[in-house]
Write a protein of this length. Structure first.
Length: 377
């Protein structure tokens, strides 16, 4: 649910929304924890108050273990005092005569909460207790008191004393974790996108690579077989690139390839694909075109390639050898189309460059060198 809400918010506010929603969840969890722990906290608070009260009573009265009556007199209304030695009850103020025999020191110790004492759940009510040692006697005084839930003001006081710092720390922790998780998520997402892009695109030119080309070619074949459509595959090899690369260096060659890639991208339509599949080899996947239409685009591509390119204060020129195969007459699968387009490209390259449309009857093919084209079937 929080992720659905985040997806509806503009990207620039997504982190802020993620932070706010996560913090709200954290606050809700804190409130739930406070609600569940409220009675426990109030009991602990009551035990500590009882311990302070008993210590003050014992200090002011300075009783002697040899005078049990005086010790039991410390029991104010609503309190009960027990004089014990070990597990033996020496005297009991009898706050609750009916259940006096059931309140044993061992039972109380089983329900100890902290160093001050504990509480005993008697079903219909709760008893808080604390235990104090009497000096030089080995005896101990146990003070018991009926626990009554405090007012809202008392609960708020307890919450401030016990939960203010933990709650603040928890909210800070949630904010910090939200920031870290969001950063890690964004970073992983960015790295995943980069890896996917690198796996499908040429690092130098930014054009689709062979993997993406093959994927689009397979999809195009499946669609054309279903809709009885047609398309063309053109293989392009640069003429004279090796001489420039050897003469001016690989840096100049890379700059030339980048410029050729940019120019080829301007020659095609949005539905077409231009890919770099090798050192100086490019491929055009021309959607829904007959041979004449594909030849027209290839002529524009050849003209763009033939224009001079400024590289490192030098003006260089390259030509192009382009072989074309059309689906389905030149092949109805990716392997056949690619092989036939390659054959047409190598055939025209052997004759000095130009554009050739593949045909099985080479006697009917015509090769036009330079930026013009055509060979018909």
């Amino acid at each position: 649910m929080p992720q659905k809400l985040i997806n509806r918010i503009p990207e620039k506010y997504s982190f802020l929304s993620f932070l706010v929603i996560t913090s709200m969840i954290g606050v809700a969890l804190i409130l739930l924890a406070v609600y569940n722990a409220s009675k426990e906290l109030e009991l602990i608070h009551a035990i500590e108050n009882l311990h302070r009260y008993a210590s003050a009573q014992l200090y002011s009265a300075r009783p002697d273990a040899r005078d049990p009556e005086r010790l039991l007199a410390l029991a104010a209304p609503g309190y009960r005092v027990m004089l014990v030695r070990g597990e033996e009850v020496l005297a009991d103020s009898g706050m609750d005569r009916e259940s006096a025999t059931s309140v044993k020191p061992a039972v109380l110790e089983e329900n100890r909460v902290n160093e001050y004492g504990g509480y005993l759940d008697r079903g219909d009510r709760m008893l808080t207790w604390t235990r104090l040692r009497l000096p030089k006697s080995g005896a101990q005084l146990i003070f018991l008191h009926d626990f009554e839930a405090g007012s809202v003001a008392a609960l708020i006081q307890v919450y401030f004393q016990r939960l203010l710092i933990p709650a603040g720390f928890y909210i800070w922790l949630m904010v910090w974790m939200s920031f870290v998780l969001r950063h890690l998520t964004d970073e992983l997402s960015r790295q995943k996108q980069e890896m996917e892009y690198m796996a499908l695109h040429d690092a130098l030119s930014g054009l689709p690579n062979r993997n993406l080309l093959n994927d689009r070619l397979d999809k195009r074949i499946a669609m054309s077989q279903r809709d009885r459509g047609r398309f063309a595959l053109a293989m392009i090899d640069l003429d004279g690139f090796k001489d420039i690369n050897d003469t001016l260096g690989h840096g100049a060659g890379d700059a030339l390839l980048q410029e050729i890639a940019r120019r080829l991208s301007t020659c095609i339509r949005s539905v077409d694909t231009v890919a770099r599949v090798g050192g100086d080899e490019f491929v055009l996947l021309l959607d829904d075109l007959d041979p004449a239409g594909s030849l027209d685009i290839c002529q524009r591509a050849a003209a763009e390639i033939a224009r001079p390119v400024a590289v490192r204060d030098n003006e260089v020129r390259v030509g192009a050898s382009i072989g074309i195969a059309v689906f389905p007459q030149h092949g109805d699968d990716a392997e056949t189309l690619t092989r036939n387009a390659d054959q047409a490209m190598y055939a025209v390259k052997a004759e000095g460059g130009g554009i050739r449309l593949y045909t099985a009857e080479t006697a009917r093919e015509r090769v036009l060198t330079g930026a013009t084209s055509v060979v018909s079937v």
